[in-house]
Ligand binder design. Structure first.
Ligand code: GYE
Length: 329
């Protein structure tokens, strides 16, 4: 993929902050010697620019650590991810990494991995389980904090505009995925009790640009441009689709309708600079280095942090956006 020169500002923020303490012991001991490490990686799909950049980050990091990466793409299907994990177990990889498309129904296959003595690192998204010992570590964003930041921006904007009533529509990500659940929860926890805000609809665009377009067309048909004051979209790909549809309908996004998005891909950052998006909550796809350093830790039988979140920023029309270093991924 096109390796963009990524802005110092954005890249300065991808240092990982370790939130919780270290696991006392690696859940399983990995016997591979560093030169022969095989990592099985199940990527969930290729639904967005975020995902494509994330895949590239994993491939590049595995390469620079000298690990062999057995990678499979599940094309947005949980069954295929489960199948891939089973094939990694059968191949006796040293570590399994995967990005769970939704949170539920992973226990069986993860028990199989545990039985085979293969540690599992969750990358990007979390799982819902009663047995936390089924994974060794999680590396990914704090999506709840991202949702809160989106809500905090909206409060600041409403204050600045002196608005006393704003109708919000939400275009959410994949139902039951961690970013969908937590970006919604964080946002609602911040704006939910403020009487100025009314969420009039929430529909899922599955993190896809094409569905972002469909959602926006549907919302405009239901409420009319006058009935919508704010679009809160859970990722840039859907937002970019929604912007096109608004403009075709004669609406000026960023002015007639406020637009709040998440990720920070290059096209969205450009739209922010052009005033078509008001706020982007950053979510970095560059998780590969952190994941592979945990793999290295497991291979060397060192204890590794259980949860690692990247440090992430917010870019909005309150900031000076003229910095040419601000590019996005
Ligand atoms: O925001 C979106 C992608 O899980 C953080 O998935 C990821 C999300 C990201 O499709 O663009």
């Amino acid at each position: 993929m096109r390796m963009k020169r990524i802005a110092c500002l954005m890249f300065a923020l991808i240092l990982l902050s370790v939130l919780s303490g270290c696991a006392r012991e690696p859940a399983q001991e990995v016997s591979a010697s560093p030169g022969s490490v095989v990592v099985g990686f199940s990527q969930l799909g290729a639904e967005s620019s975020w995902r494509i950049a994330n895949t590239a980050s994993m491939v590049n990091a595995a390469d620079s650590y000298g690990f062999a990466l057995m990678m499979e793409n599940a094309n947005q299907k949980q069954e295929l991810q489960i199948k891939s994990i089973r094939s990694f177990i059968a191949s006796r990889v040293d570590v399994i990494v995967f990005s769970p498309i939704v949170e539920t129904n992973w226990d069986n296959v993860l028990r199989e991995a545990r039985q085979a003595g293969i540690p599992v690192i969750l990358m990007d998204r979390m799982i819902e389980t009663a047995d936390d010992s089924l994974y060794t570590a999680y590396v990914g964003a704090d999506f709840y904090a991202e949702g809160r930041k989106a809500g905090e921006y909206l409060i600041r904007k409403a204050d600045a505009l002196g608005a006393d009533h704003l109708n919000i529509v939400e275009i959410s990500g994949t139902i039951d995925s961690t970013p969908m659940r937590d970006r919604q929860r964080g946002f609602m926890d911040v704006i939910g009790t403020d009487p100025r805000f009314n969420v009039i609809a929430s529909i899922s665009g599955d993190f896809l640009r094409s569905k972002g377009e469909e959602c926006m067309a549907d919302l405009l048909a239901r409420f009319g441009p006058e009935g919508i004051d704010v679009v809160y979209s859970h990722n840039d790909s859907m937002t970019l689709g929604a912007l096109d549809v608004m403009e075709q309908a004669g609406v000026r996004p960023g002015k007639d309708i406020l637009v709040i998005s998440v990720d920070g891909e290059a096209d969205a950052v450009r739209a922010l600079k052009d005033g078509r998006i008001n706020c982007i909550v950053q979510c970095t796809p560059a998780l590969g280095g952190s994941v592979m350093s945990l793999v290295q830790g497991l291979v060397s039988n060192r204890s590794i942090p259980r949860v690692s979140h990247p440090v992430e920023a917010v870019f909005s029309d309150f900031d000076d956006l003229t910095d040419p270093a601000l590019e996005g991924f």
